[in-house]
Design a protein around this ligand. Sequence first.
Ligand code: SF4
Length: 374
Amino acid sequence: MAEFLYIHIPFCLRKCLYCDFLSVPYDASSAGHYLDALCRELELKKDNAGTLRSIYIGGGTPTILSEKHLRKLLECVRNNYVLSSDAEITVEANPGSLDRTKIDTMLSLGVNRLSVGVQSFYDDELKTLGRIHSADDAQRSLTLIQKSGIENFSIDLMYGIPGQDLASWLESIAKAAEFSPMHISTYELTPEQNTPFFHLLNSNRIEMPDDDQILTMYACGIDYLESRGYAQYEISNFAFRDYECRHNLNYWDRGEYLGAGAGAHSFLNNMRSKNTGDIGKYIEELASGNIPIREPLRLTPEDSLREHLFLGLRKKQGVRLNKSAIFSENGIALCRELIDEGFLEIYRDSIRLTRKGFPVSNAVIVKLFGIFGL
Ligand code: SF4
């Protein structure tokens, strides 16, 4: 029985230039039909859920929904699922679509955590990303959140933006920390194919900072956040003690979860599956009472080991040796080169990526797959 629920809202006011998430331009009528389908899916899936410890509403831009639709969604969850008394209920919030009334509505419906996609406190960087909000909007939204009494909120920031330098990056992190969020995420901007951003890069109309600059931004970001009391608990995530994101930790720990919404993934009974990403089909199939599942995959032991490595090693604490089928004494010996080169280390009862290993985690993990024949 899953104790974690993810809900996807695939609407945004406008597509950001770098975005390859599942999201389409918002209109109230499509959102209404989508919400009907989503509630139907939530009803159909409820028997797979235990007492929920976390609900995460992501997107897209969940805060673009009207108060009426937000209410409908959260009431549907509450009417069909049992929530633990301390359930973490997170909504991803966009500073361009957040106001006092929406915050109050979410609070009244039990939302107790907001994850705010700020990305930068510089207008020229936000413009390069094609975000709908300005630095002023971000500051205004964060002030509203603070005043609302929501203590548990997170700020997402991005580094490696064309035109960004170390000084502006550190200034953005410092501005974020001034709002005293319990959690901060710092993501490297990755140009994804088939995005306008990728084409701008390819036609030399914008230029990424070079690899050394990006590594320096990452390292200085960690130093700054740690100096402000935030503990890094994953490659890109930092939090005050006990404020790590429950939803994400469960994902990296390979815990079960239910996903609802177009393109949402689920992991249950050793089976990974995802819903169709075609919003029209999603609505249509649910109208006839079917959950539009695609690509169900029962994991083989090798699949599970691969996941165990690439998800577990994302966490700062790494992989517990006594919980791992591959890091026996022999297994550790096979990793000796990566340990000697300073990419991996044995720390207490775990094996984990080092500060040097984190920024090149993908390469280290591919090497581990090779070593263990996965
Ligand atoms: S707000 Fe997020 S999901 Fe929406 S377009 Fe921008 S990056 Fe994509």
